[in-house]
Structures are given as C-alpha cells and as structure tokens.
Design a protein around this ligand. Structure first.
Ligand code: FAD
Ligand code: UDP
Length: 366
C-alpha cells in the first residue's frame, strides 16, 4: 500500500485543483515542488507591500460560470479590468484595437470612418491571410500593423511576422466601440490579497514539500502514491528521448522606484522595435495600491535554454509533431496522469487549466 493516494508533481493551478478535489473526496496528497514556493507561475512575492507577479503579469478572466464560482468560493476577486496602453516611440494608444485607438491614429470620430480607412488599407491583401502580417493588415490595416503590431510581435516571438501563424493575432479583440477592456470574457479580476491566497487554499489539506525535483528520484517518489499527477515538462519526464521541445521565455528586470505612480496603468506595451523590452508592468495597479513606492518589471522575450523557466510552448509544426510522440508515451504510462501547461505542452490560460484539471479529476474517478 502506498502512503498517499496521490503524488502531485508541481504546485501550479492544475495540481492545486486536483489537491482540492482530492481533499474533498477524503483522499491524501503529497505535493513535490522543485521551486522554493508553491503556486507555479501565478506566485506573487511581496515587495514594499505590493504583490509582485514574479513570473509575469496574471489577469484572471473567464466566461465559465463554473470556474468563476469555483475561484470565488476560495477567495474574493476585485474589479480589475485589463486596459493596457501601447507606447510607440512616445505616442500613446489604447489597446485592444478599438475606437480610442483608431481615433488617436487617424483623427477620426465615428465607427464608419474607422471602417472605411481599414477597408481601404486591407485592399493590399487578397485571398485568405496566410501569415500573421497578412492577418493583421486584413484586420486593422497597415498603419496599425506598422505602429502597434509588427515590432511588438517580432520582439515577442523572435521571428518575422511573415513567418508566424495568423491565429496568434486573432485572439486580440478588434472593436468599433470606445471600449478598452482587453478581454471579451464575462468575468475578470485579481484575487483580493493576491494569488497566493488562492493557491494556499487549494493546497490547504495537502502535504507539501518544496525544493524537491521529482525527476531526481522518480522510482522512489512514485512508490509513495497510488497515482502520480505530473505537471512538469513532458519531454523531461521521458529523459528527452525524442529531443527537446522548444519554448519562448521571458526575462524580468524588476525595480523598486521611489515614486507612488510610475506609468498610471498596470501594463504598457512598447510596440516599437528599438526599445529592447516588450512590456513594463507596474504591479500595484492590479490591486489599486496606494503604497508610497512602486515596483515595475520590464519584460524581455528570449529563446529558452536549459536552466531557464519554460513559458510559452512554440506553436509550430515541428514542435507539435515532437509533442505528439511524447503524448503517445504519456498515454501508455501506467498510473501517471500528465496535465497542465508543461505536462501537455499547451498554452493554457488560468481558467482553461482549471477546466482541464476538473476534467482530469473526473476522468481519474471514472
Ligand atoms: P505551472 O504554473 O507552470 O506549474 C508547474 C509547476 O511544476 C511549477 O511550479 C514547476 O516548478 C513545477 N515542476 C516542474 N517540474 C518539476 C519537477 N520535476 N519536480 C517538481 N516540480 C516540478 N493566464 C491567464 O489566465 N491570464 C494571464 O494574464 C496569464 N499571463 C501569463 C503570463 C506569462 C508570462 C505566462 C508564462 C503565463 C501566463 N498565463 C496567464 C498562464 C498561466 O500561468 C497558466 O495557465 C497556469 O499557471 C498553468 O498552471 P500549471 O499548473 O499548468 O503550470
Ligand atoms: N500583439 C501586438 N501588439 C500588442 C499586443 C499584442 O502585436 O500591443 C500581438 C502579438 O503578436 C501577441 C498577440 O497579439 O503575440 C497576442 O497578444 P496577447 O496579449 O494575447 O499575448 P500573450 O502575451 O497573452 O500571449
């Protein structure tokens, strides 16, 4: 008999939901986390009384009533609405692309005028857009593509916009209303008191060991549970036997500034090519903070190398084909469930990772 019902590898949201469901079902969990804290990438560090999103800005948004009710049953959420601003060589534009953006770009006032200009500019694209550049021009025209999309996208992905798939840009709303809300989802906010409150609740009943890398001794750790839930990188689990999956990562340069309000908004995107960073995050604005000082993070997007944090799976055919080979092995691995962003090599938003953990849990009980 194993000592625990479940050994959870990693302590991000995916594992958290499993830990919470398991506790509710009267089952025991041992959580092994290689970092020195729980929470995975939503972890926040407190600096000057401000919750600093250490692994990148996280805004919770969802259209799922079930997910929203679930997270709100654990911690209350504030009314934060993401309305980032773009800075192109000092010119300021509202995002996502909406009437405020069009008005500032072209000096126009009505949706009809905006639509006419975009219609004219998209004339240069014929047929179905086959890459990100064509897709962007056909959505919002060349002016916006050149000032607000091209530089930012090439910095973020390290590739020419003509070499990137068109779907990357399709998730951004384009609106002919004066509405700066970055998301279309029904529900949005930040946990009051920070994300750690949420993860502490999820793992409340589990036994947690931090600073433990499961892959350093998989045979021993595996024996401790009836079932293993693995949320680390799937290729690492199989010793990179088919080769390494690629990621993009972000380097953060975080600084405390002796001012109470540096940029007046949580997120500023630097959309020109010359500024080396993609975004500046001012963390206090996620929670309407009024501390005396402020903390900002500049984000630099780079290719991932071993030893760095893997963030964004690379969505190209080569990596997806490689992932499918690992997924086949994962399918055959007895007593181990692979889940989450790294376990499934999939870009999941937080609400989506919660939904997928609900589904995995239901599957595990079937
Ligand atoms: P993770 O949070 O990555 O957790 C995996 C855990 O496993 C980590 O703690 C890791 O240390 C641990 N681990 C790995 N290998 C081992 C091992 N061998 N042994 C022990 N432990 C191991 N989503 C949104 O909804 N809104 C946003 O605004 C948003 N912004 C984002 C910004 C960035 C920069 C990134 C990268 C992601 C963002 N996301 C956002 C997505 C969000 O972070 C994920 O959906 C969520 O954190 C995934 O949870 P997870 O449990 O799958 O993985
Ligand atoms: N994007 C852009 N300019 C911006 C913001 C986004 O061109 O100011 C593009 C960019 O290609 C990015 C995509 O839109 O990859 C999706 O943006 P989102 O903010 O959803 O990206 P995330 O950082 O969440 O992946």
């Amino acid at each position: 008999m194993a000592k625990y019902d479940y050994v959870l590898v990693g302590s991000g949201l995916f594992s958290g939901v499993i830990a919470w469901e398991a506790a509710r079902a009267g089952k025991t969990c041992l959580v092994l986390e290689k970092r020195d804290h729980i929470g995975g990438n939503i972890y926040c560090e407190e600096v000057e009384g401000i919750h600093v999103h250490r692994y990148g800005a996280h805004i919770f948004h969802t259209s799922s009533r079930r997910v929203w009710d679930f997270v709100n049953s654990l911690v209350e959420f504030n009314r934060y609405t993401n309305s980032p601003v773009a800075n192109y060589h000092g010119e300021i534009y509202n995002l996502p692309f909406n009437m405020n953006t069009f008005s500032r770009m072209w000096g126009i006032r009505t949706p009809e005028e905006a639509k006419r200009i975009i219609e004219e500019q998209r004339g240069e694209i014929s047929g179905t857009p086959s890459n990100l550049e064509e897709q962007a021009i056909s959505l919002v025209g060349r002016d916006i593509y050149e000032k607000l999309i091209r530089g930012y996208t090439e910095k973020q992905w390290g590739r020419d916009c003509r070499e990137l798939p068109s779907f990357i840009i399709r998730r951004l709303p384009v609106r002919f209303t004066y509405d700066n809300n970055y998301f279309n989802d029904r529900f949005q906010g930040i946990p009051i008191g920070g994300y750690n409150k949420l993860t502490e609740k999820l793992f409340e009943k589990a036994e947690v060991r931090t600073g433990v890398d499961y892959l350093e001794n998989p045979e021993e750790y595996r024996k401790l549970g009836e079932t293993v839930v693995y949320t680390g990188p799937v290729d690492a689990y199989f010793g990179y036997c088919f080769g390494k999956l690629e990621y993009r990562t972000v380097r953060f340069e975080t600084e405390v500034l002796d001012t109470d309000n540096y940029q007046g908004v949580a997120v500023v995107n630097y959309t020109d090519r010359e500024t080396p960073y993609t975004r500046v995050i001012e963390h206090k604005h996620f929670e309407f903070g009024n501390q005396e000082k402020t903390v900002i993070s500049r984000e630099y997007s780079t290719d991932w190398k071993e030893g760095m944090e893997p963030y964004y799976p690379v969505n190209d055919e080569k990596n997806q084909a490689l992932y499918r080979k690992y997924a086949e092995l994962a399918q055959k691995e007895q007593g181990v469930v692979f889940g989450g962003r790294l376990g499934e090599y999939k870009y999941y938003d937080m609400d989506k990772v919660i939904e997928s953990a609900f589904a995995a849990w239901e599957n595990m009980q079937a």
